[in-house]
Write a protein that binds this ligand. Structure first.
Ligand code: AMP
Ligand code: MG
Length: 470
């Protein structure tokens, strides 16, 4: 259907890994709010299909993709450090697996497609607000070069979903080579089913890490996770809910909930209002990633030798530190190695933290720094001034012409997401969605007409709170 080359390889795992079922239909005619031509190309889908009402119907779950039996997979996880047992897929449904012309595998997963046997007491639905956020952020992260699931489509269901208040419902279709999480392995390990851990591991390695031994596979998951989190840190992204069920076995950024890009730099930034202890604050993300990898290692401990798991875990810090340093050096235009470089990087971050300087714009404007740049540092202005002189001295012989290709101008600030959401919810106005989507796809470019979206939050949109409710 739609010319998709469908292949149901997850189902080959057999009983116990999933439940085959259809999506719960939505009563009203679903409306396609946005579709992503760039993501469509990953599955060889012709964007002309977007205009076909059957596309909106399929992406709302109202009609299945012919040739594929949809399924919900089962996984568990640790939430906020505590074993939570079975968690999902409570509202996600695998509606297709595509092998594209390049031989790559892509899952098409609907999020918000209704109840599954794993929904617990919840409704299986998603609200428009959080669906818009996930839709935009997948694209933003991808354009920043950060591994992530991609959003293919955003559909309004026309139905109301009950949260703290009634809200409009939506379904997104998202794409990833696999949506398998650390929590899938934990599920079978803590159920005492080592043979199912083994079967899942064989499946994941064969499909996504061909040729790797168990030890090499685990080492690679550690490396990818460390690199991904270093990339988050470098762009000032807080995931918000780094529970093991939200950790991708492929090292992809997955499950956009109460995430946030920092405005003013604060290493202790907590984006999730529900996270009162700050377990998932920005500064804690690398340590939590390591904690989660330990949880994965525990889940593999009956089928992979302990020495291999320990060796893998021990590489985390090296992978993280190397990648983070590389990215921060690039942001400052430091190519030649100089022994004072780490201190120089540290001093900038310290001044930014002291003055809550805008994370994105401080780097973006560095090579053109003027009084306005210094003003961003507030009480740390004089520290910033002497730092700037040092940096200019240090980079006299460096080529700084490429800095705008390294330091983005546009990230998905909360206030920008909120502006898009309010326009869509209050006025049915989808123009801001389309405009912000395009900006985020080209975050390093200047967009003279949409300059306002690069700015820190206006006073009335400061300190917006986002929570797990979605
Ligand atoms: P999260 O912390 O948002 O990743 O949620 C944890 C799990 O709860 C998810 O994997 C879902 O399976 C499930 N879940 C969250 N919201 C809902 C919902 N509205 N209906 C059914 N399941 C949900
Ligand atoms: Mg989740």
């Amino acid at each position: 259907m739609f010319g998709l080359n469908l292949e149901n390889h997850f189902a080959k795992l057999g009983d116990g890994f999933f439940t085959q079922q259809s999506a719960e239909k939505v009563a009203v005619r679903p409306q396609l709010l946005h579709a992503n031509a760039s993501a469509a190309s990953l599955i060889d889908l012709d964007p002309a299909i977007f205009a076909d009402p059957r596309f909106a119907a399929a992406m709302a779950g109202n009609i299945p993709l012919e040739g594929f039996a949809p399924l919900a997979t089962v996984y568990s996880g640790h939430q906020f450090g505590v074993w939570a047992g079975q968690l999902g897929d409570g509202r996600a449904l695998l509606i297709g697996q595509v092998r594209n012309a390049r031989g790559e595998l892509w899952d098409i997963q609907l999020k918000g497609a209704g109840r599954t046997p794993y929904s617990r007491s919840a409704d299986g639905r998603a609200v428009l607000r959080s669906s818009i956020r996930e839709y935009l952020c997948g694209e933003a992260m991808h354009a920043l070069g950060i591994p992530t699931s991609r959003a293919l489509s955003l559909v309004a269901t026309g139905e109301t979903v009950m949260r703290e208040a009634p809200e409009p419902g939506a379904v997104i279709a998202r794409l990833a080579p696999s949506h398998v999480r650390f929590g899938h392995f934990e599920h079978f390990h803590y159920a005492g089913k080592a043979e199912m851990v083994r079967a899942l591991l064989d499946h994941v390695i064969a499909a996504h890490f061909p040729g790797l031994s168990d030890a090499e596979f685990f080492g690679e998951v550690v490396r990818r996770t460390a690199v991904m989190v270093a990339q988050w840190q470098a762009v000032g992204f807080a995931h918000g809910v780094m529970n093991t069920d939200n950790m991708s076995i492929l090292g992809l950024t997955l499950d956009y909930g109460p995430f946030g890009f920092m405005d003013g730099y604060d290493p202790h930034f907590i984006c999730n209002h529900t996270d009162s202890q700050g377990r998932y604050s920005v500064i804690n993300q690398p340590g939590v990633a390591h904690w989660n990898l330990r949880a994965l290692a525990a889940a593999l401990s009956r089928v992979v030798p302990a020495e291999a798991l320990v060796a893998g875990l021990n590489n985390f810090e090296h992978y993280f530190a190397t990648q983070y340093r590389l990215l921060l050096r690039a942001k400052l235009g430091l190519v030649r190695e100089d022994e004072g470089d780490d201190a120089l990087i540290g001093a900038l971050l310290a001044a930014m933290a002291q003055g809550r300087a805008d994370y994105t714009l401080t780097f973006r404007e560095l090579s053109r720094a003027s009084d306005a740049w210094l003003d961003r540092f507030g009480p740390a202005r004089s520290a910033a001034e002497s730092w700037l002189a040092q940096w200019r001295d240090r980079t006299r012989d460096e080529d700084l012409s490429g800095l705008d290709r390294v330091n983005p101008k546009y990230v998905l600030r909360n206030w920008v997401a909120e502006t898009v959401i309010r326009a869509a919810e209050d006025h049915g106005d989808l123009a801001p969605l389309g405009r912000v989507f395009r900006l985020l796809q080209n975050p390093y470019d200047e967009h003279a007409d949409d300059e306002a979206f690069a700015a820190p939050p206006p006073p009335e949109l400061c300190g917006l709170e986002v929570s797990c409710s979605s």
